[in-house]
Design a protein around this ligand. Structure first.
Ligand code: GLC
Length: 436
């Protein structure tokens, strides 16, 4: 059974692989290359097809802008199954934008650094992988430099996102209060996502108006971060995003040490790292909720809601042992009841919890994967095992979907998974988890 699921996972990845050397997240729904998806996908490939793993990262980094920015979607090919496409983004407004590819002007969580370290750990032929890493690691460093120079206007060591699509947790209730402050125009557009997936599992049209309006504001600023920071109503320090940056800083330090030399870069990374971890703990931890939370920089207030992102700092070893204990207690008491699979994407005890809708409740495999390693960092082995087994059970029950209902009772009713089927990162991270 385990073997055949592993084979299915490999078949999914191989069939989502494209001739140009990258892998789409899912047919129809997501027909291009996505930044953080590519990272998770490369980890899956590293277990059985090193060439594809390298190619995944190479194609991503090839679309880097000259200021170090890495876009969240690379439109390698034409497709009319997705909206909004390249014509909406108009990245040529920005002088640093790549001329080689059509891309968006948004980014996604910076996973590439730790993905390279994972790839190095996984493969047998270390020297071959190290040669590859040597050939591209400076691009990842440049991406971190971009973040610290352009997305940290108060020099806190914490970077902001200016769009919910940058967070990776697109439709989280976290953004609701910000939507209330906005008066977005009514766009005329044709949604394509709801051609593929039941609308009850996707964002509403009103939410889509906000998403498009934020891109329009960025376009008015010619994608200049300083101007965006002044004029965008959406400016958030996100714990998941910053935890990925911190984890990737650490990975770059480790990899540069293995490569040798590069002292200046190691020193710079260590400086960023110390400052980021300190600010993260000072600013993004809420003593009352006993969890990490998002901070709304525009309205200068903490967003007091708990999401699965609240626990991802465990992955980057951000909390002290004592704080981790409290955080994990919050995870177990709010998200870990015995009738629930770990880990719902949003606080199941909140009235905003919606078990079917995108990032407003369902379980996502990439977050489970992050939390699994995070719990191991603090030697919570039993809970890590539960997380892994829950992940396996969901996949075994309904297949490699994009997201899953967390309520165990639902599975007696013959339900399927939600969102796209044959979803690449669910397959890739399953392959990594069973090898563990
Ligand atoms: C959805 C997810 C985002 C992911 C993308 C492609 O938009 O919210 O995190 O990168 O799909 O899979």
């Amino acid at each position: 059974m385990v073997k055949s699921l592993e084979n299915t996972a490999k078949q999914i990845l191989d069939s989502n692989y494209q001739e140009k050397g990258f892998t789409i997240p899912c047919k129809g729904l997501y027909p291009f290359q996505w930044k953080w998806d590519s990272g998770f996908i490369a980890i899956g490939y590293a277990h059985y097809d090193t060439d594809k793993a390298k190619s995944e990262i190479k194609t991503l980094l090839d679309a880097q802008w000259s200021n170090g920015f890495l876009p969240h979607i690379i439109f390698h090919n034409e497709s009319d199954t997705y909206f909004p496409g390249p014509e909406f983004y108009q990245i040529n407004l920005n002088p640093y934008a790549t001329k080689k590819y059509k891309t968006t002007g948004l980014t996604q969580p910076p996973v590439t650094g730790f993905v390279l370290e994972k790839m190095y750990e996984i493969v047998e032929d270390k020297s071959d992988m190290l040669d590859f890493i040597k050939s591209i690691i400076d691009k990842v460093y440049l991406n971190h430099l971009y973040f610290y120079q352009n997305r940290d206007p108060k020099n806190e060591g914490l970077v902001y996102i200016y769009h919910n699509w940058e967070s990776g947790t697109d439709n989280s209730p976290i953004w609701d209060e910000i939507w209330d402050t906005m008066d977005s125009p009514n766009y005329e557009f044709e949604r394509r996502d709801t051609d593929h997936v039941d609308a009850s599992q996707r964002p509403t049209n009103i939410e889509y108006n906000n998403y498009l309006y934020l891109v329009d504001i960025a376009k008015k600023c010619h994608y200049d971060d300083e101007k965006i920071a002044e004029s965008s109503p959406f400016l958030v320090q996100d714990p998941l995003f910053n935890a990925m940056l911190i984890k990737s800083n650490e990975a770059l330090i480790n990899l540069y040490k293995i490569i040798g030399g590069n002292e200046d870069k190691i020193q710079q990374l260590e400086k960023w790292q110390n400052k980021s971890i300190k600010s993260f703990n000072d600013k993004l931890y809420d003593e009352e909720l006993e969890a990490y939370i998002h901070y709304d920089m525009k309205n200068e207030k903490a967003i007091k809601l708990i999401t699965s992102s609240s626990f991802t700092p465990l992955f980057a070893k951000i909390p002290s042992k004592q704080r981790a204990e409290k955080l994990i207690n919050t995870l177990v008491t709010k998200f870990g009841k015995s009738d629930m699979y770990l880990c719902a994407s949003f606080d199941p005890t909140s009235e905003k919890y919606n078990p079917k809708k995108y990032w407003r409740g369902p379980v996502w495999i990439n977050i489970n994967w992050i939390l699994y390693y995070g719990l191991h960092n603090y030697v919570y082995k039993e809970l890590a095992d539960r997380l892994k087994n829950d992940t396996f059970e969901l996949i075994k029950k309904v297949g490699f979907f994009e997201y899953f209902d967390a309520r165990k009772s639902e599975y007696t009713k013959n339900i399927t998974g939600y969102g796209g089927a044959n979803f690449s990162w669910s397959a890739a991270l399953y392959i990594d988890l069973i090898k563990n």
